[in-house]
Design a protein around this ligand. Sequence first.
Ligand code: AGP
Length: 608
Amino acid sequence: MCGIIGYVGGRDVPSVLLGGLWRLEYRGYDSSGIAVISNSELVVRKVPGKLSELEELIKRKHVSGTIGIGHTRWATHGLPQENNTHPLVDCNEEIALVVNGIIENYLALKDELEAKGHIFRSLTDSEVIVHLIEENRSRGLAEAVKLAVKKLTGNFAFAVISINDRNKLVCARHDAPLICCYNSKEAAVASDISGVISIFDEVIYIPNDSIVVLQKGKCIITNFQGRTIKAPVHQVTIDVQDIDKGRFPHFMLKEIYEQPKVLHSIVSERIAGDGIRLGSELGISDAELKKVSRIVIQACGTSWHAGLIGKYIIEKFARIHTEVDISSEFRYRDAVFDSDTLVMAISQSGETADTIAGLREAKVKFLKALSLVNVLQSSIHRESDGIIEIMAGPEIGVASTKAYTAEIVNLHFLALYLGLLRGFVSRADLAEHLAALEELPGQVEQVIKLDSEIREIAKIFCNSRDFLFLGRGLNYATALEGALKLKEISYINATGYAAGEMKHGPIAMIDNKMPIVCVNPRTSVYEKMLNNIQEAVARKGIPISIVTRGDRRTRGISAYSVSIPECHECVSPVLSVIPLQLLAYHIATLKGLDVDRPRNLAKSVTVE
Ligand code: AGP
């Protein structure tokens, strides 16, 4: 995905645009640029590299004006090189455009436009939009945008300026996120509120399939047919420090350390006396929930791992058959549903294209959709029948940490709620599990205190080429998550595997150079996991075990171990993953890698 921003007003436009791009950089960072209308001329500054290079360029070649747009890119079509960097301009260099999304029919449109004499400078799909607008520029920018969007297939959010409409910022969205803000003196548009948070305290979540014309003190929203739309104005609830690194060198480390506070706030919010409160937007009645006979969870990456844990605990507490699908598989498998199937999307960003598509697939089959989302007013929030807010606060680090443990804890509360509703969870069971959840934030705090011990282990293995992560039961997902964390920020080949499955082939990989992270807290599968660690040792593997404090047996056969507090089996995935988050973080930083901006990645994958 990419980050887009636009501004019109009396502030220093390049500074506003750059400040916003820094806050949107987590959305994509392989190239960036701005365009400003300065003395009736369109001035473009862009670099096929880091935002810091754009900042340097603008310092060297300053530009001033009252209106401009900016873009930070995660390349989909066309390498990160200057000509593919946004803003993209029309043939006469009078119109500039920044886009987030994918135009699926761009090739046909490009052929049509080239046949009419348009000259394309980039290999991007997005450039067709600026030439479509150019086609109708004589009808005014807003009308030209309205005619252009009718021709587009795919998902997009874009902002456009023109020297022929010098005081208007026009933007449009279809299925990709976009917000706007305005007051009597200025107006702005951005991919999400973090881009303009330091300027405005009210925000409009632009409705899907609409066009917005922004001027100082003016905001007109119409649908693609030109009919005016009223959109609610929301208070900005995110604080600036929520999206600042503060005393931490990286967002990822800050967000690892925030987990005790995040989990404490979730537990405090979700426990209502001796009951459970799932939030005001559940959208599905108790009577409907009672009728649910099957749950299908669909998600991607870390959220999919949380879904795997959700399966175990929903089946354990609520005795409801629960399946978990990777969204990109779910959306194409034409799954068999019946009317009392509940589909759940789990998504931190609420903008993951595959998960949105999976949600739509379910809605087409008239199924109720309950989603866990962290970003309110995101596409998944708006398109679900009901949501449970993950409540992790803004997560900026590309590698998800606090959102993951927050997802797991919310799934616990959902499972207990369903179990209570269906009579499978007694008041005594509930009290036991609520106590375990209330104790969890403090226990997470204790594990985070092992940070320097974990860093010492990272120093030993930061040059390993391969890692194996093994787990069983609920902690099979922990093994998968630990491997993903290491892969995505250190680029080391790390495989997460069900420990019981090792003997069916993967055990052949083990040799005396292979570190094997074994997740073995005291659970119902502890003995089985111990046997698997023995099997690895017998092949000279190097076990690094996550163990329950006092477990001398696992420690005795492991080369290295990290002890976590004694805890209820059901919450062990939360405590067990913390050392793996820190291990990945330290290995990546010891390798000198950019932990918050890993290569090839973006925080939310808004394309297929
Ligand atoms: C997790 O560390 C990754 N950044 C990635 O796998 C992520 O979990 C996945 O893209 C899903 O994102 P979502 O939760 O925002 O839908």
